[in-house]
Design a binder for this molecule. Structure first.
Ligand code: UDP
Length: 409
């Protein structure tokens, strides 16, 4: 990887203990014909956000299966990431007037990265819009190119999508996190759910003493109710809306709010949004706005485990890995019915969905007044994640895809 991050390795056999030996045997069998063959994963940040989180777990697992896989991070300057963040918001439906200069910046960085990235693996998997243009000089039929889109494209800004579509159409296939995100394209499209690693530092069991230490570090009282949202400080995660919902809940229940987030190197808006959040929090001592380092999986794990209720009040969402992370920890979750969240939160079965500040507050109050229902939702949520959103299942889908592409050629 160009930005250095030591990927932690967990032997596949440990997953067998959790998920059953047959699941792992199937992975080994599928991987056999792919041994020694090359895969290059490319995204735009090494830490921060769901894509980096997934690659961080997927790559070492594929390596253990003796696949020659590498993860490269596209390089960009501030100007590039400002443009791509605007593209990101616009693809999620936000108003945006793209200027010709924006497209020039995008193309210039695509060209620069094409000169430095190898792009010669048998399977090249490009994650999200930022590196989409790397395909431009693809030699015909040389290798397989897959576009993995993690964002909600159901109502994209036309200008931005028309620009990107020209690149996307040149890939061999596109992968989306939900059927609603797919577009009319001349290439095959597949449904790929994101996934969490149950054994990673982010999700593994923790010593309760460590959880207490983390709470102590941030002056969070373990004896009182804790409402928690973990997300980058991004307007689409609506941290200000979370504070407003908390204020409504607070009229009825004594509670604290934890809003914890790090940053991602491809997201230039974080500092500005953090300021808006602090303004809205207005020095309320029960609102803990925590700026975490970009890579702090154990802290995130501890904060999720310590929560009474986990909130994910996004206005738009790709998938929302934080939801699966909380469900895995058997937490009752109140989340917005946007993007990939309804796939994870089956209303009243694995959590509660909401559509507004008031709705979010209402559902949190309901859970706080009915702890037995909260517990049941958390348990059912855990099972749902175990059946559908674990990294081993995702790896199996990738292996199957690569085999299919290879056979096709
Ligand atoms: N995350 C983190 N630290 C933070 C904020 C988020 O480690 O301060 C992680 C979070 O636990 C999850 C990922 O980043 O694994 C966020 O993925 P999600 O799909 O929820 O949102 P995205 O940031 O990709 O829009």
């Amino acid at each position: 990887m160009s930005e250095t991050l030591a990927l932690s390795r967990i032997p596949l056999d440990q997953y067998a203990e959790l998920l059953g030996a047959s699941e792992i045997e199937e992975l080994r069998a599928l991987a056999k014909p792919l041994r020694g063959r090359s895969i290059e994963m490319i995204n735009s940040t090494a830490v921060g956000g769901g894509v980096a989180e997934i690659l961080n777990r997927l790559v070492p697992l594929a390596e253990e299966l003796e696949i020659n896989i590498k993860w490269d991070v596209m390089k960009g300057g501030e100007d590039f990431f400002e443009v791509t963040k605007s593209f990101h918001n616009a693809l999620h439906g936000a108003p945006y007037h793209a200027s010709p200069k924006d497209f020039e910046i995008f193309l210039a960085y695509s060209e620069r990265n094409r000169a430095t990235l190898p792009l010669d693996a048998e399977f090249v998997v490009i994650h999200d819009p930022q590196p989409t243009g790397l395909i431009e000089t693809r030699p015909p039929g040389a290798n397989h190119w897959v576009w993995r889109c993690h964002i909600d494209l159901s109502h994209p800004n036309r200008t931005v999508w028309d620009f990107l579509e020209k690149f996307v159409s040149r890939y061999d296939c596109a992968l989306f996190s939900s059927p609603e995100f797919s577009r009319q394209l001349p290439i095959p499209q597949y449904l790929f759910y994101p996934a969490i690693d149950p054994l990673s530092e982010k999700n593994c069991d923790l010593d309760p003493q460590f959880v207490s230490q983390v709470l102590g570090r941030y002056q969070i009282d373990p004896q009182r109710t804790i409402l928690t949202q973990i997300s980058r400080f991004d307007r689409l995660k609506d941290p200000v809306g979370v504070i407003r919902a908390y204020r409504i809940v607070k009229r009825y229940f004594d509670c604290q709010l934890v809003l914890a987030g790090g940053s991602a190197s491809d997201d230039p808006e974080g500092a500005m949004v953090l300021k808006e959040v602090l303004r809205e929090a207005d020095c309320d001592p029960d609102i803990k706005v925590l700026e975490l380092p970009a890579w702090a999986p154990l802290e995130v794990n501890a904060l999720q485990r310590a929560a009474t209720v986990v909130i994910q009040k996004s206005l738009r969402e790709g998938f929302g890995l934080t939801v699966s992370e909380a469900l895995w920890k058997k937490k009752p979750v109140v989340a917005s019915a946007v993007g990939g969240i309804p796939v994870q939160i089956i209303h009243k079965h694995t959590g509660l969905l909401a559509h507004s500040v008031e709705g979010t507050a209402y559902q949190i109050r309901f859970l706080l007044s009915r702890p037995e229902i909260a517990t049941k939702l958390g348990e059912q949520g855990h099972q749902h994640v175990k059946e559908n959103f674990l990294i081993t299942q995702k790896l199996r889908r990738y292996l199957t895809l690569f085999l299919t592409l290879a056979r096709g050629s």
